[in-house]
Structures are given as structure tokens and as C-alpha cells.
Design a protein around this ligand. Sequence first.
Ligand code: GLY
Length: 352
Amino acid sequence: MEHQQIIFSNAIPEAIESILKELDFNKAVIITDVNTHQFAFPKIADSPAVKGVPCIIIKSGDTYKTMETATTVWKQLEVAGATRRTVVINLGGGVVTDLGGFAASVFKRGLRFINIPTTLLGAVDAAIGGKTGVNFNGLKNEIGVFNEACAVVVSTLFFDTLPPTELKSGYAEMLKHGLLSDRQYFADLLNHDILDGDREHLLGLLKRSVIIKRDIVAADPHEQGLRRALNLGHTAGHAFESLAMKRMEPVPHGYAVAWGLVVELILSHMIYKFPSDILHTVADFVRDNYGTFPITCDDYDTLLALMRHDKKSLGGEINCSLLADVGDIKLGTIVSSDDIKASLDIYRDLLQ
Ligand code: GLY
């Protein structure tokens, strides 16, 4: 599969110009949400290519990642006179790029779209790799298609207005990419202060992370094999995230991934002898930057049930992507309940 065009640049209007110059299109339409319209749109509004382009503004938040919102987008695309030669520009976080990508992908059997992620989590994950969709029937991303943006602009300038928790949330996915690739990049990530305002330095790290994801997706676009490696930290992480929802104390996705990474590196150590010094370094980094998700042994059965219901688990067995070392990926490991319980005991020792 060809690589998706990704431009890493803090000269955002120029990046948009250069992408649009290459496209044969008759009209552009921008999709934003209420927040990104206020905080991110002004950063691209000066681009001559964007002047006078109609904007479809959706409500902010995952609860609006629905078929109803997609329907309002389709209606507004009709009003804007969109045709097959129209290009959609998604300016926002994961909700906008997932929903906007889906709405574009099926409108008139498919419009091309450009993603301009405005959050670190969006830039490092949602905007790259062609997963589009909406939540449906209480299930996340239940309706959607694999379809890559024809181009992605990755810039760190949008992050100036992000709260620290949002930055940390995205950074957890970068840590995951570091663990999946090489020790040098992983060490560079651990040496970086997440809240350091040097946007060019962050752009350099982000570029490495995005390229790691892009290469994994290119090798396995439809998640039949290698792409499952991107699930590292997510089996336990999603269980923490769901338990937090049950407790009515939601946690940011990336925080749950950070805690989930610790659990899954413990499992990696137990099953594949993942180096314990790196496990301890990660646990320290996670505790210092993300705190801990408090659990007791009374939560274990709930966490196990949540892991068994994870989309990536098969036939009630808990299926994790683990590591034998940094960059040494072990896909599809079936993990027993006893091993999960033992890893949660160690998680509590390391983080609580
Ligand atoms: N977020 C994981 C993936 O794109 O496959």
C-alpha cells in the first residue's frame, strides 16, 4: 500500500496551499466542531485557499459522534452543492476526523478528505491510518469504513490552547509507539518534558511517532495482523476507562492507556521476559506524569469481564499484543485470568 501523504509543518496555511494545489477539485468544504472553530480555525483562516470556503460546524464531544451528526453533515454538503470532485477538510480532534472522514467517504460514494488534527491524540492516532466512523447503538465506532485521508497536515501549533491533560493523553500513545519501535526513540520520549512549550521539538518527536504508525498501517491497513500491535496497552487501558465510567469518574483515554501500558508490560515481562529495568522506568514515568488509577482486588472480576468483552478479544479469551523487548512485538497472546490478576497485583505495587 502507498504511504498516506503527511506534511509535518508549523507553517499551516502554506501546507494546506501545497496540498490543495496538487488536487483536482471543484470546491472545498471545512468541517470543524464548536471548539476547533473558535480556537483552531483562526490559524488557517488566512490561507487564501481557505478564504470563503463553507464551514460545517458540529457539536463538540464524543457523544455527538453519531449518525445524527453525520446526517446533518450530509445535509449541509448538499446545501453547499458538494459533488464527487469536492474535497472535505476535517479540522479538529478525533471526533471531527473520524466523523468527517466517514461522512466524506460515503457521500456520493466517496469524497476525498484532508485531515488537520488539532489535538496531540488526534495527530498521533485518529487522523492517521484511515479508520473512520461513528458510535452506534451504545458501541464505539460501530459504523464506519477504512478510508485514508488523501493528505494529513500535522502541526503542533494547535496545541497551545490544549489543557495539559489533553497533551499528556496524546503523549501516552507516543510512548506506545516508542515501545513498538526502538530504544533510542523511546529514550528520547522519556527524556522530554511533556508540558515543555517547545513546539518544534515536539513536532520532531511527533513526526517519528506518526511515521511508526503510518508504516504499521501501510503493512496491514485492515488490521488483520501487525496493526493489532497498536492495541498495546489498550486491553487493560479500555478496561480501566470503562471502570472509571462505571464509577462516574471518567478518565482521559490516554491516561487509561498509560496505566494499561504498565499492566501489559508486566504481562510482557511475565510471559516474554520483557526487560524489568524498562518496565520499572515506564512505571516511574507513568506514576510521575499520570498518577495512578486506584484499584483493589475487589475490582479484578469487573476488570477481567471488561477485558473479555474488548472488541479485540475473541471467544471470551483475553487477547493482548505484548512485547518481548522494545520493538519485539508478540501479537495475539492469549492471557489467562490468573496472569491478569497477578499483573494487577504488581501494577498496584508499582503505582499505588
Ligand atoms: N488506533 C489504533 C489503530 O488505528 O489501529
